[in-house]
Ligand binder design. Sequence first.
Ligand SMILES: [Cu+2]
Length: 145
Amino acid sequence: MTRLPLLALLLAAPLALTACGGDTPAPVESAADAPEPLGTAPAPTDAPAEPQMVDGVQVVEVVAGPMGFQPREITIQAGVPARLVVTRTVEDDCSSQISIPTYGVPATDLPLNEPVSFDLQTDEPSEIEFVCGMDMQRGTIVVAS
Ligand SMILES: [Cu+2]
């Protein structure tokens, strides 16, 4: 995997911060009473992320929280099964739904603190975009060769 695209995504990430009324960033609430997600939830950061390998599947964990989707960019490997797992952690209309236009997945409810999974296609290099129900907060999964 190359590092340059990751760097480019890192530089681009802050540009996406403004949409969707997330103007009162609050600390991420404790997930102590949440169902245990696969592995460890990603920290709320704009840094591009890499998936966790779980039983041969690239698991991309995304939190829909006070700052929108975190992480906002994830790079995965083409040709390896992959799954997007999204967990909403805030009471916020903006993040209460997700859709994946790349796959034609319509707006799908994100129950509070309940991970919702989507299988990803990784046959060939591509970019998979996911957005909030209002098409304001966005994230991208880069399928790299
Ligand atoms: Cu929104």
